[in-house]
Write a protein that binds this ligand. Structure first.
Ligand code: 13P
Length: 253
C-alpha cells in the first residue's frame, strides 16, 4: 500500500485579523519546527494570506485559501481566483466546505468548476464532503457522499489525483463538540477509498489522502489517526490557538 504522509490542516474560517494571523503563524512555525513526519497546512482569511506567507517562508507549513472562484478574472465582485491565491503564497485551496454549501449556496457543480480551475492553475485542492445529521439519521450517508464525490470530481482523470485531497467532514460534527467515533470515520473513509478504487483505480485510491474533520481536538486526534484510512485532520476551532494546534500536529508524541 502507498505510504500516505499524514496532513494536519487548520481552517481558520472567519477568525483573526492580519496582525493576529501573523502572530499565530509565527508561534506555529516555532512550535512545529520539529514535526517532520507530518505535513502541516493553515488556511487563514484572504486578507491575511500574503502576510502569513511571509512568516511561513522557509518553514514546512503550507498555506491554503478557504475558497476561490472558478473564473481566472473578471467582474465577480468579492471573489478571488486561483492565480490570486497562488500569487499570495498558497499551494492549496479548500473547496466545498459545508459552511460554503450551507450559507453561500455552493453546489457540487460549482465545486467541480472550481476544482478544475484550481487544477489548471496548479493549485492543490482539499475537497470537503459530508452528510447532515438528518441525512445520517435517515440512512443516507453513503448516497449523499456518492453524489458529492461523483459530481464534485466529475471529469477528473486518474493523473489529477496527485493534486487532490478529500476531507470527510460530517456536518453534524462541525463546531458541535460531537466527533464521529473513530469507527464511524474509518467506516466512511474506507467506503470512500473503495468507491475511488472502482472509479479511478487502486493506485489513486491507495495514494489519495482522506482527512477527517469535525470537532478534532488533542483528546481525540490520536484515536482518529490510528485508523487505517484516516490520513489527517481538517481542524476548525482547535486550530486557532497555536499551542493547541501544535498538540494536534504532535499527535504521535
Ligand atoms: P471544528 O473543528 O471547529 O469542528 O470545524 C471543523 C471544520 O469545519 C474544519 O474545516
Amino acid at each position: 500500500m502507498a505510504e500516505r504522509t499524514p496532513l494536519i490542516a487548520g481552517n481558520w474560517k472567519m477568525h483573526k485579523t492580519g496582525p493576529e494571523a501573523v502572530q499565530a503563524a509565527g508561534e506555529l512555525v516555532k512550535l512545529t519546527a520539529d514535526a517532520k513526519q507530518v505535513d502541516i497546512l493553515i488556511a487563514p482569511a484572504f486578507t491575511s494570506l500574503a502576510l502569513v506567507a511571509e512568516i511561513l517562508e522557509g518553514s514546512r507549513i503550507m498555506l491554503a485559501g478557504q475558497n476561490m472562484h472558478w473564473e481566472p478574472k473578471g467582474a465577480f465582485t468579492g471573489e478571488v481566483s486561483a492565480d490570486m491565491l497562488l500569487a499570495a503564497g498558497c499551494s492549496h485551496v479548500i473547496l466545498g466546505h459545508s459552511e460554503r454549501r450551507q450559507f453561500f449556496g455552493e453546489t457540487d457543480q460549482n465545486i467541480n468548476k472550481k476544482l478544475k480551475s484550481a487544477l489548471a492553475a496548479g493549485l492543490k485542492s482539499i475537497i470537503c464532503i459530508g452528510e447532515s445529521e438528518t441525512e445520517r439519521d435517515e440512512g443516507k450517508t453513503f448516497s449523499v457522499l456518492d453524489k458529492q464525490v461523483q459530481n464534485g470530481l466529475k471529469g477528473l482523470f486518474s493523473e489529477d489525483f496527485g493534486e487532490v485531497i478529500l476531507a470527510y467532514e460530517p456536518v453534524w460534527a462541525i463546531g458541535t463538540g460531537k466527533t464521529a467515533t473513530s469507527q464511524q470515520a474509518q467506516q466512511v473513509h474506507a467506503y470512500l477509498r473503495e468507491q475511488l478504487a472502482k472509479a479511478y483505480g487502486k493506485t489513486v485510491a491507495d495514494s489519495i489522502r482522506i482527512l477527517y474533520g469535525g470537532s478534532v481536538k488533542p483528546e481525540n486526534i490520536a484515536e482518529l489517526m490510528a485508523m487505517d484510512d484516516v490520513d489527517g485532520a481538517l481542524v476548525g476551532g482547535a486550530s486557532l490557538d497555536p499551542q493547541t494546534f501544535s498538540r494536534l500536529v504532535h499527535y504521535q508524541n
